[in-house]
Design a protein around this ligand. Structure first.
Ligand code: GFB
Length: 325
């Protein structure tokens, strides 16, 4: 296991994006595993895209460590329909928070990227060395460019200013706190929501987008949060670190698992009019293995846990709609 570089006990730790799926999981992990002061700032009181606001907030609260988990996120359809928002907002957030952290002499910053930063047809499993070696996947290149900029910001600030800023690239995530909108969500929450609504309405089929052939690797967000704490404390190098579970399957196989978790008895049909996106995205976890971390949760039980969270957190108001409490 890698040596301790920045122990979090006793530190003031800012979780930027604490209300999102990843940020709320990091807050849970810190409060459950560490004795540190967790600092958060609701979006309505701190717009992370505004550099002057972020710098002023950091002068007041003086964080010693920063988890940069704030981002404009969405599934394949949201990325395709709102490219300017995904590119602008994620660039602005990364630039503002990294520069403000430098000015505030933050001791350690961890930037959350995404596996979509890698080329569409990168050799699988995808190594960190594949970054910028080929064309990106068109459906999410806007988000990917902003996340690549974040990785490069951390490297540039380490090189020029000696900032201890690191970045990690998670594979596709799922779990509590996700966005269960059937159009803008990622595949797991979107299908879970549609199968839940179809079960309630006794509909006999649910459409899965694309061919069902693409393959994805999935990691439970609480495993990711555990990896974030581990890497914040023990990783201090320039390049990004891939974080995944090694659990890869086709979208068709995933849909069958979600069907079981929800208890939907109808048929799964494939809607070829919707995009497949990248044919395959599985991460090489060699660097993470060397550092000494592995994921714990299995996908089937993780899906069941996520469905229970969905039922508790979203009030069902009828077959077609459910609203978040
Ligand atoms: O989850 P998803 O949008 O993420 O799509 P990506 C994964 C696969 O699931 C694609 C298929 O092949 C989709 O065609 N899919 C099937 C569905 N049914 C559905 C559905 O109802 N909703 C959705 N969303 N997909 C994301 C990027 O790409 O990867 C994000 O858009 C982020 O920005 C994330 O980088 C890690 O893996 O295609």
């Amino acid at each position: 296991m890698a040596d301790l570089d920045f122990p979090l006990n006793g530190q003031r730790v800012f979780v930027a994006g604490h209300q999102g799926m990843v940020g709320s999981a990091i807050v849970r992990a810190l409060r459950g595993q560490r004795r540190c002061e967790v600092l958060t700032a609701p979006r309505r009181s701190l717009d992370l895209r505004r550099p002057e606001r972020v710098e002023s907030w950091m002068r007041r609260h003086r964080p010693q460590a920063v988890f940069l988990a704030a981002a404009r996120v969405g599934g394949i359809a949201a990325n395709q329909s709102r490219p300017a928002e995904f590119l602008h907002d994620n660039l602005a957030i990364a630039s503002s928070v990294v520069e403000a952290s430098r000015k505030a002499a933050v001791g350690k910053l961890l930037f959350l990227g995404s596996s979509c930063i890698y080329p569409r047809l990168a050799p699988q499993p995808i190594s960190e060395a594949a970054l910028l070696t080929g064309p990106l996947e068109a459906t999410n290149e806007w988000y990917a460019v902003a996340k690549i900029a974040g990785v490069k910001l951390c490297e540039a600030y380490r090189r020029q200013h000696g900032c201890n800023f690191v970045s990690l690239m998670p594979t596709n995530l799922y779990g509590p706190g996700d966005n269960f909108d059937p159009e803008s969500g990622h595949v797991i929450p979107a299908l879970m929501r549609r199968m839940h609504d179809a079960k309630a309405a006794e509909r006999d089929s649910v459409a899965v987008w694309g061919s069902g052939a693409p393959r994805r690797e999935f990691l439970h967000v609480d495993d990711l949060a555990d990896a974030c704490v581990f890497l914040m404390e023990r990783y201090a190098d320039a390049g990004p670190v891939n974080v995944g579970s090694g659990q890869e399957l086709s979208i068709a196989e995933l849909a069958a698992l979600i069907k079981d978790a929800v208890g939907f008895r109808g048929n799964i049909v494939f809607d070829a009019s919707r995009p497949d996106g990248t044919p395959r995205k599985r991460l090489d976890l060699g660097r993470l293995d060397q550092l000494g971390w592995r994921a714990r949760r299995a996908l089937p039980s993780g899906l069941e846990e996520t469905y229970r969270w969905f039922l508790a957190a979203w009030i069902e108001t009828g077959p077609e709609r459910s609203v978040r409490r």
